[in-house]
Design a protein around this ligand. Structure first.
Ligand SMILES: [Zn+2]
Length: 180
């Protein structure tokens, strides 16, 4: 079965298990890359992403993205990142939030969960499912962020949100701040 490869499949030609060539096969109602030799199926699922909403005086904390090899360089976003294979979402968010901002947080309730259809990074393309949590912090610093990943962090009110906000976070932020 030949099918035009989609953006996220272009780099995958060989079976990661046995090195045989991958070919498209209709499996569970979708054409998927499949290995005829060892029966490996490339299930192309969205990556699980977690993001955190930290609010102070009705303002939201955003980070300015500073990694040229990552997606949305120069854009603002909620702090967060991709879960590891063995990581609970809340724990993953607390880890990513602290890594990026230098602020220790506790993840609270889930605000939203949605598909981010696809985006290109320097290395590869993704689709992801973003789970957005409320977070709380005992102490907030604006000067302990990770300078490799982040160039600035700051609080923004609904009236002065930056124009360039990544991952569809703008809609979620506006909805949330409007209800405060
Ligand atoms: Zn194989």
């Amino acid at each position: 079965m030949t099918t035009k490869r989609q953006f996220f499949e272009v780099d995958y030609y060989y079976c990661p298990r046995c090195k045989n060539e991958l070919k498209f096969k209709l499996i569970d109602g979708k054409k998927r890359l499949h290995c005829q030799r060892c029966d490996f199926i490339f299930y192309n699922n969205p990556k699980p992403v977690v993001s955190g909403l930290l609010i102070k005086n009705k303002e939201v904390l955003l980070i300015k993205r500073n990694d040229k090899k990552a997606s949305f360089y120069g854009y603002w976003s909620l702090p967060g990142g991709i879960l590891e294979i063995d990581e609970e979402p809340k724990k993953g968010l607390e880890r990513e939030f602290a890594e990026e901002t230098g602020i220790a947080v506790r993840a609270g309730k889930i605000i939203n969960g949605y598909l981010i259809k696809h985006y290109q990074t320097g290395r590869q393309s993704y689709a992801s499912v973003d789970i957005v949590f409320e977070v709380g912090a005992k102490k907030i610093y604006l000067n302990k962020f990770n300078q490799k990943e982040v160039s600035k962090i700051d609080f923004f009110s609904i009236k002065n949100l930056p124009k360039k906000i990544a991952f569809g976070h703008k809609k979620i932020i506006i909805n949330y701040l409007n209800k405060l």
